[in-house]
Design a protein around this ligand. Structure first.
Ligand code: G1P
Length: 295
């Protein structure tokens, strides 16, 4: 089997306005909202690092500078922690810091859609296959979603999307794929439809926000016309690419939380808090009581 080119770089489109989460996102980027004690973006970066990603490319926008600060050293804070012998906190911060030179930031100057945001990363990514992780979606699973995708990609090459089952009633909210023959532990994608009108989706498998793409997508996105929602859609670009390249799907079976929406964000907080040995004992019983008291 041919050796596949390693997936070294990941693109995080973090320019989104977060209108679904106002007023919280008026002054704080939605990617910086906290799930338990880490910003949402940290979960997604951790997933990428687990999958072997070496370079993290953030496509930001106005009002998002705090994301860049978050991935930098906070000199005064660290100095203060040292003076107070707060070694556990210092170690925690050091462990989360990307190595020097492995995080890049570029701006999407106008919010023209996901396809356009990914295209903004073209010069930093260059001519190699890369991953895209939508930062709204955070996942909980024994094996990270992107890691599973990379394992499938090592067998299939080409482009790989993560998909997950959804309630057929919800299919109109997502990109939906058509299911072809099995490959490895995934399948070939026969169709992709962005936000299919109710009752027309080719399956209930939705694209959950993780992509491995070949660099030819950039050339396509450069001239991609606006699609659903009057935005330049990544799915439309992928449809063009699918005419000359294979697309495979990795079926993710863990939990995905859409932290760009209030219900998903609250569920993520509860789920991740309940996974924590230091927090669960304090919240489990009160939560049960709270739920039992619901009328
Ligand atoms: C985007 C993609 C869609 C995907 C979804 C996952 O849509 O275009 O294919 O299913 O993310 O969250 P958006 O959420 O930007 O409308």
């Amino acid at each position: 089997m041919a050796q596949q080119q390693k997936i070294r770089k990941a693109v995080f489109p973090v320019a989104g306005l977060g209108t679904r989460f106002l007023p919280a996102t008026k002054a704080v980027p939605k990617e910086m909202l906290t799930v338990v004690d880490k910003p949402v973006i940290q979960y997604v970066v951790d997933e990428a690092a687990e999958a072997g990603i070496e370079h993290f490319v953030f496509v930001t926008g106005r009002g998002k500078a705090v994301i860049e600060d978050y991935f930098d050293i906070q000199y005064e804070l660290e100095q203060m922690l040292r003076e107070r012998n707060k070694n556990a906190e210092l170690t925690l911060l050091a462990g989360l810091l990307p190595k020097a030179g492995t995080a890049s930031f570029t701006r999407q100057q106008v919010p023209l859609g996901l396809g356009h945001a990914v295209w903004c990363a073209r010069d930093i990514v260059g001519g190699e296959p890369f991953a895209v992780l939508l930062p709204d979606m955070i996942m909980s699973a024994e094996k990270g979603c992107l890691k599973g995708m990379v394992e499938l990609y090592e067998k299939t090459g080409g482009n790989v999307l993560a998909v997950q089952e959804c309630d057929p009633d919800q299919a109109h909210k997502y990109g939906i794929v058509g299911v072809g023959e099995a490959v490895g532990n995934g399948f070939r994608i026969t169709q992709m439809v962005e936000k299919p009108p109710k009752g027309t989706a080719p399956s209930n498998l939705y694209i959950n926000g993780r992509y491995i793409l070949q660099p030819e997508i950039f050339k396509i996105l450069e001239t991609q016309e606006r699609g659903a929602g009057n935005e330049i859609q990544l799915t439309d670009g992928m449809l063009t690419l699918a005419k000359s390249q294979e697309f495979s799907a990795y079926k993710f079976t863990g939990e995905t939380y859409d932290c760009g929406a209030k219900d998903g964000f609250i569920l993520a907080n509860l789920a991740f808090a309940l996974q924590r040995a230091d927090i669960r004992p304090a919240i489990e019983e009160p939560l049960k009581t709270l739920i039992a008291s619901l009328k």
